[in-house]
Design a protein around this ligand. Structure first.
Ligand code: ATP
Length: 228
């Protein structure tokens, strides 16, 4: 795929180690790659190879030791914790393996949650929430609680919540890991739609080869080093 725009995500010479007492455990070593706008990337690799750590760095949840992470032109490694929190809220949509919905809130209320941090009026929030619940095919389930929804439907609500603020990037950590094959296919088609119809940029950690097949690019990590 050719793309003459600057990359949506630029990662240069990124390294990260965890310290346990005097022990230093290298987790990511000298990682460099780009992700274009509207691309769908899968991160694969054995357990412990550093996939979630890399995803968390790109999403601004964790801090790199060295290197550059530019997302939408902003080098997030230079931001303070407070700036990073604001940046995350405005720029990153999260999709988790276990959905992470609030059980006491309806589908509508779960999706509205990130908008409560914005200056949007109640009416504007309603328009946004109804629109994204329509995109994920759950317009008729708005008043259901998570416990009244299937796993696949809960993941759809979580995806609606991730896109409702129109973030710069979507990060997904094993989004199909808790789903049966049919629901997993369904969620992957939805993610594919977000990329093709809405131009979203997605970075997804997965062990599932069928999930990776949907992606445009697959990056393999092996003991903290990119191998492809
Ligand atoms: N907070 C932490 N403190 C110390 N070590 C950590 C921490 N988080 C992760 N690690 C270590 O970093 C390495 C990479 O972990 P990471 O979760 O990124 O791997 P992964 O490829 O996502 O694995 P999995 O597929 O099992 O989720 C592992 O050796 C892990 O033990």
């Amino acid at each position: 795929m050719t793309n003459d725009k600057p990359p949506m995500v630029e990662i240069k010479n990124l390294s990260k180690a965890y310290r346990r007492g005097s022990q230093i455990i290298p987790v990511l070593q000298d990682i460099t790659f780009d992700i274009g706008e509207g691309e769908f990337m899968a991160l694969m690799g054995p357990s412990g190879s550093g996939k979630s750590t890399l995803l968390n760095l790109i999403a601004g949840i964790d801090k790199a030791d060295t290197g550059i992470i530019r997302v939408g032109g902003v080098d997030i490694t230079t931001l303070t914790e407070a700036e990073l929190a604001g940046w995350r809220a405005a720029n990153v949509g999260f999709i988790f393996q276990f959905y992470n919905l609030m059980p006491v809130l309806t589908a509508y209320e779960n999706v509205e949650l990130p908008l409560l941090l914005t200056p949007l009026s109640r009416r504007e929030r309603r328009e946004h929430v109804e629109m994204v619940l329509g995109v994920v095919g759950l317009a008729d389930r708005m008043d259901h609680y998570p416990s009244q929804l299937s796993g696949g439907q809960q993941q759809r609500v979580a995806i609606a919540r991730a896109i409702v603020t129109d973030p710069t990037i979507l990060v997904a950590d094993e989004p199909t890991g808790d789903l049966d094959r049919v629901s997993a296919e369904d969620i992957l088609s939805l993610m594919d739609n977000l990329v093709h119809k809405f131009g979203k940029t997605i970075i997804m950690v997965t062990h599932d080869p069928r999930a990776a097949e949907k992606a445009h690019i697959i990056q393999h990590l092996e003991k903290g080093v990119l191998t492809a």
